[in-house]
Ligand binder design. Sequence first.
Ligand SMILES: [Ca+2]
Ligand SMILES: [Ca+2]
Ligand SMILES: [Ca+2]
Ligand SMILES: [Ca+2]
Length: 415
Amino acid sequence: MLQRATGLLLPALLLACGSSKSGYVVDAGPEGNLLTSCGHADCDGDGYTVPADCDDTNPLINPEAFDFPTDGIDNDCDGIVDNPVLTCETIPAQSPGTPTDFARAADLCAQHAITNAGTVFDPLVHAAWGQVEGLGPGQTLWTSTTKPQQVAIASSFGQNQPRQGKTMVGLANGIWANTDPRNDPALDPAGFHINDACSAIPLMGQDCASLTNGTPSGTVNVQDWAELTLTVKIPSNVQTAVFDFAFFSSEFNQWWNSAANDAFFVLVTSKGLQGQNVAKDQNGLAITVNSGFFQLCPAPPGPAGLQESAALTPCVGLAGDASQSILGQLAGTGYDGAIAGTNDTVQALDGDTYVYGGGSGWLTAKFPVVRGETLEMRVIIADTFDGLKDSAVVFDAVRWEEASEGGGGVSRPNQ
Ligand SMILES: [Ca+2]
Ligand SMILES: [Ca+2]
Ligand SMILES: [Ca+2]
Ligand SMILES: [Ca+2]
């Protein structure tokens, strides 16, 4: 085919086809313009030929691209410029649904255009429930699987609505949506635990430190594991993956600033990451009751006596931090300290009265990806130390950005 080449385009075109049999041939056109022709079928090297490739000069435009809805370009070559963003909830035939149903609830949707395989491009390659294995007491093999009662495709959680579409993923390290997560029993058999969770999961140094309140250690144990494992094909024009989540824990505030903190991880294995967590605070620690995003009021590290109800009364479960809208995001979740008919304080064994329950509020995580790569995301919530006092997470709106975000990170979206 013939293409009109500009001075800017020509070097790129020559480079793109330099290794081909014939490459671009450059001729003077009738008006003195430079005309180029490509001597083979896939001039931009994106694996697609005309007409499936509706722009064979641009490797970012092809049926495996995501059609960004505001750029005026038919990025995915389905013949429609700027397709509306799809949502793809499925109604499970049987509760709680398959891992694939959960991935669809998180908005990993088949797209529009037909690939070389003859199917619609689908960023969801595979979904599965995860588990963690280790040696428990007596050196017996122990496995904590994701149990059906720990997971839900949720249309709401308290007052929290899905960030995209009509449903979202709910995971808990106890029974999902229990009205009193403080008093939920452990789901794994009593006495079983993993003696070295950091190597069993596995977790890198900084991620392991999240489980041990900042002290790198291999001795922490975990229980009541819930994990949705997603294998994802990144669209051919995407350099940043994005998702939203909100974490809630009844460990707060009794177990604030201790190693008995539950944690949320999204561990990514890709061309650039080797199983590291991409949902972390500004200090690089996972989202736990000790992370920066959790302690919204007062600001970390908080005043002396934070463990006491008096210090937290204006912050959690009562007045809340209105500027962050967190109180509203706790209401009705079971993590808002408001057990029906009672107040939101609990007497601890040491006689202290503490406020229970809190959350991170909705957060947005971004991480760098390589265009067209296939990666694995392990979306995990787990108990640490023991299986008591639950935490929960909602996970939603997996989406893409064309530009590179550098190292990525977590931020609070505009409410
Ligand atoms: Ca092509
Ligand atoms: Ca192309
Ligand atoms: Ca399109
Ligand atoms: Ca577009």
